[in-house]
Design a protein. Sequence first.
Length: 229
Amino acid sequence: MPTDVGLVLRGSEKLLRRALGEDVDLSITVAPDLWPVLCDPGQLEQVLLNLALNARDAMPRGGRLTIDAGNVRAAEAAAAHGERPGDWVRLVVRDTGVGMTDEVKAHLFEPFFTTKEPGAGTGLGLASVYGAIAQTGGHIHVESEPGRGTTFELRLPRCERPALTPPPLPAPGTVGGTETILVVEDDPLVRSVTRRTLATAGYQRTTATRLSSAPRNTARRSTSSSPTW
């Protein structure tokens, strides 16, 4: 659906601040007359949350996270990265964290790749960010150096149709059926957002921090269907 990125950013600010904690200063800037993009608002919120959690982990002693949203014209976008011409909405997510090496950057979006201690992360957060942006026809670029923080640049193609006003959330149980979805996620904030998104669609939810701790009957069902991770 045509989506107002600025509206999603403003609506996500409280969640992002809670995810970052008191030691990280968050600054969000939205340019006026931002173009609409074609994406799911809930998926975009998940992208922002995953990037915020990644930044938080890169700033164990606190720091600053800035998110800037603006329009990029065709010629400017093409010149910057040598990609197809077009009008884009650009999201720049910049932290003052520890940064990363070129070797880490080369594997950053690979599923299950993580630099965290065993059991401290699934390695799926940035892989899901990459997949969500690619699904819109957009692009993501990363700039980082050890000790100099990290900048993620997300570019989403402009949608010519006007952004739609999000409909009111449906009452629980009015959408979907009797399906139960198993959500396996070790981060409590990501788990909470996922549960909320599924609830608005009417699904039953079962959550676990890892597959081994999932209820046995749900785990058995997941082997014969497609679990949601």
